[in-house]
Design a protein around this ligand. Structure first.
Ligand code: HEC
Ligand code: HEC
Ligand code: HEC
Ligand code: HEC
Ligand code: HEC
Length: 183
């Protein structure tokens, strides 16, 4: 008797949980993992699909810090202006693209574009791009197929499990002690 009651309670709890989960998923209240899929609206719709995928500009041309510093870094506008200074992007009636106008105005007034951060670890976690790049880890192992993204989104969970699972692989020979990744 008791067993049946317990089983029924568990079944109801599971069903309730499942339907709440489906409700939240279908209403975009949660995504898988932590912030997987997080995609803030950027001030200028910069497309990696176009610049990296179609034009083949190397990641390191813009993200210059990947092999030497903690931060990959987002490029300053003079990197963009290498090309956009002398590149007319107009619509059929000859009007300049409003995004390019915004880019040039910011550049000429020495104002940065306020790019919104996509991937963000909590403050208690240490991360550094340099050792990963030097160990031959590729951008897509953590960021996914960026060169197909018209707008960047967070591809991996950036959970502790995500980091530790890779550090644990024998071929990586990466440290696992807590102080490697925590302050
Ligand atoms: C022409 C310059 C340029 C090139 C080339 C480029 N990026 Fe970016 N990248 C940017 C800019 C600008 C941003 C900030 C705006 C945004 O998030 O879309 C950015 C953002 C990112 C972000 C998100 C940063 C965050 O806030 O978490 C990742 C990850 C990234 N790039 C990876 C790559 C990879 C991998 C490649 C090569 C396949 C690449 N980028 C090539 C300019 C570039
Ligand atoms: C081992 C995983 C990993 C690899 C490999 C990796 N990244 Fe990242 N990247 C991250 C994490 C984690 C963050 C968020 C860091 C934070 O919040 O401090 C990040 C942040 C970024 C950012 C935002 C600015 C910054 O530096 O915080 C850019 C741009 C970026 N990565 C580009 C790249 C590019 C380009 C490559 C390949 C050359 C690359 N990443 C390789 C994990 C990785
Ligand atoms: C290697 C040269 C090059 C660099 C560097 C470059 N771009 Fe571009 N960009 C282009 C080309 C080429 C196009 C497409 C032109 C076309 O569609 O005719 C383009 C298109 C664009 C567009 C689309 C405009 C529209 O409305 O169609 C935006 C926005 C843009 N770039 C922003 C940026 C930003 C921001 C940076 C710096 C982070 C940057 N670009 C760096 C060459 C470059
Ligand atoms: C794709 C595999 C992979 C992933 C994912 C990964 N790492 Fe690593 N990590 C490595 C490798 C390989 C090294 C370099 C080991 C060496 O050469 O010493 C490393 C080194 C490090 C180091 C430097 C250790 C030292 O003191 O030299 C830190 C810190 C670190 N990782 C933190 C993180 C964090 C935090 C994450 C998750 C956000 C993460 N890693 C995700 C493979 C990975
Ligand atoms: C390879 C990197 C890495 C190692 C090694 C690591 N952590 Fe973490 N840890 C993370 C990351 C990234 C997060 C943040 C994401 C998350 O909460 O899952 C985290 C989160 C945590 C949290 C959750 C904090 C919160 O705000 O909820 C605790 C507790 C924690 N770690 C303890 C440990 C302990 C104890 C060890 C050693 C046995 C350890 N970690 C080793 C990367 C690491």
């Amino acid at each position: 008797m008791k067993k049946h009651v317990t089983a029924a309670v568990i079944a109801i709890a599971l069903l309730g949980g499942l339907s709440a989960y489906i409700y939240m998923l279908s209403n975009n209240k949660i995504t898988f993992g932590y912030n997987v899929g997080y995609q803030p609206t950027q001030p200028i719709p910069f497309s990696h699909k176009l610049h990296s995928g179609q034009m083949g500009v190397d990641c390191k041309f813009c993200h210059t810090g990947v092999a030497s510093t903690r931060h990959a870094s987002v490029p300053s506008l003079n990197v963009c202006m290498n090309c956009h200074n002398n590149l007319a992007i107009t619509d059929a009636s000859g009007n300049e693209s409003p995004h390019i106008t915004k880019l040039k105005e910011a550049y000429n007034n020495n104002k940065p574009i306020e790019w919104q951060k996509v991937n963000l670890l909590p403050d208690h976690v240490k991360f550094n791009h340099a050792p990963h790049t030097l160990a031959g880890k590729q951008c897509n192992e953590c960021h996914g197929p960026i060169e197909t993204m018209a707008e960047v989104y967070q591809w991996s969970s950036l959970s502790m499990g995500f980091c530790v699972n890779c550090h644990r692989k024998p071929e990586n020979n990466a440290p696992l002690n807590c102080s490697t990744c925590h302050y």
